[in-house]
Ligand binder design. Structure first.
Ligand SMILES: [Zn+2]
Length: 375
């Protein structure tokens, strides 16, 4: 029996984590492009719309009409994509809580980046507000629309005494914030997903620490966003390019592209910035294979293929007839769509891969078509 891979093309749709960036450039334009690519191959993608940003724009729009124009366009783009069959689900960056607008497109964000650092009532209030906003908007098009999946900002979902319980109470069927093997120690985010017990399959989470697999069925499921060991050659190419750029000799160094994305400086772990940090990282890459999040914006075509080899291997190992797999992407980080376009075409022609939306995965979990495991 061959395992059917049900692949979800998921995108965290937002401006930069510190609130900078023009939504028209980082979100609206690339979303339209991506939707076109999906449509051409007859696939449907899913966008995790970051709603805290949109709510901040809305709450300041009376005093600043330019914000209203952008917030209106945000809704238009979301509704247009949804009308064409693509899914929209909830993503929250709590750092937007209480944001103040400084004019000229500049925001000052004061909130903590991790939802884990907020009291339960505040977590619930943010989730309720985000869900209500999306459901009100999209039920105008499809009265049956519901927020069924959650992706937490900066991946922060565990450990937490309350987050999983609140999500399940609010009707979320699954969370996809776990990225097994990843660790962040930055000024904004501290997160340790190295101890995650299930890197690939849907599972019932320990309700107080979703990194762990529960012994019994729970009211919510976690599906890890796919991660894979980064191929060494890609790491070497990426580091080489970075070092070359730092030395200012980029044009004299001809190396094939590996990491294409424009990942923000805020995601550099402590001790990994600067030329020394880059060299250290390179060395570490030889010693331990680094975990890579399956984020298409950060990959070239060769790496995407490598990722699929790994997905197929894990799917075969599961012995299950059907397995949902969550990919990641960030429209704000894409500066060249050609590799994604090539990869999407590959997937559309793969007999062992079906593409699904997040809503379809939620239906599959509810009906038992997709199995979640317990410990
Ligand atoms: Zn995000």
């Amino acid at each position: 029996m061959q395992t059917m891979i049900h692949l979800a093309f998921v995108d965290d749709w937002e401006v930069r984590g510190n609130g900078t960036g023009d939504p028209r450039v980082l979100q609206f334009e690339p979303m339209r492009k991506l939707v076109k690519i999906f449509n051409k191959q007859g696939l449907r993608g899913s966008f995790n719309a970051e709603v805290m940003q949109q709510l901040a724009y809305r709450s300041h729009q009376e005093r600043f009409p330019e914000l209203k124009a952008i917030a209106d366009e945000w809704e238009q783009v979301v509704m247009d994509s949804f009308r064409q069959g693509h899914d929209i689900q909830l993503h929250l960056h709590p750092q937007w809580l209480g944001a103040s607008y400084q004019g000229d497109g500049n925001w000052k964000l004061g909130g903590d980046w991790s939802i884990l650092n907020y009291p339960p009532q505040q977590i619930r209030a943010m989730l309720v507000a985000g869900r209500q906003y999306l459901e009100t908007l999209l039920r105008r098009i499809d009265p049956a629309y519901a927020c069924v999946s959650f992706r937490s900002g900066s991946w922060c979902a565990a450990p937490s005494d309350s987050l999983m319980s609140i999500l399940s109470e609010l009707g979320f069927v699954f969370d996809m914030s776990i990225v097994a093997g990843v660790r962040y120690d930055t000024p904004q985010v501290k997160l340790d997903y190295v101890p995650c017990q299930e890197p690939f399959l849907p599972y019932y989470p320990d309700m107080k620490d979703a990194r762990r697999v529960s012994r019994s069925a729970e009211p919510i499921v976690c599906i890890p966003t796919n991660t894979f060991p980064r191929p060494r050659i890609a790491l070497v190419r990426a580091a080489f390019r970075k070092i070359a750029r730092k030395l200012g000799k980029r044009s004299t160094v001809a190396m094939p592209a590996a990491s294409r994305g424009r990942i923000g400086a805020e995601w550099i772990n402590k001790g990994e910035s600067g030329a020394v940090g880059t060299a250290k990282k390179l060395l570490k890459g030889y010693l331990v294979r680094r975990t890579e999040i399956a984020d298409l914006a950060q990959m070239d075509y060769a790496m995407m293929r490598q990722m699929m080899v790994n997905i197929r291997r894990q799917a075969a190992k599961s012995g299950l007839p059907n397995v949902p797999v969550i990919l990641e992407n960030h429209t704000k980080d894409i500066h060249d769509f050609s590799d994604i376009e090539r990869f999407v075409a590959d997937v559309a022609h793969s007999p062992d891969v079906k593409t699904v939306t997040l809503t379809e995965i939620a239906h599959g979990l509810r009906s038992g078509y997709f199995k979640a495991r317990a410990a």
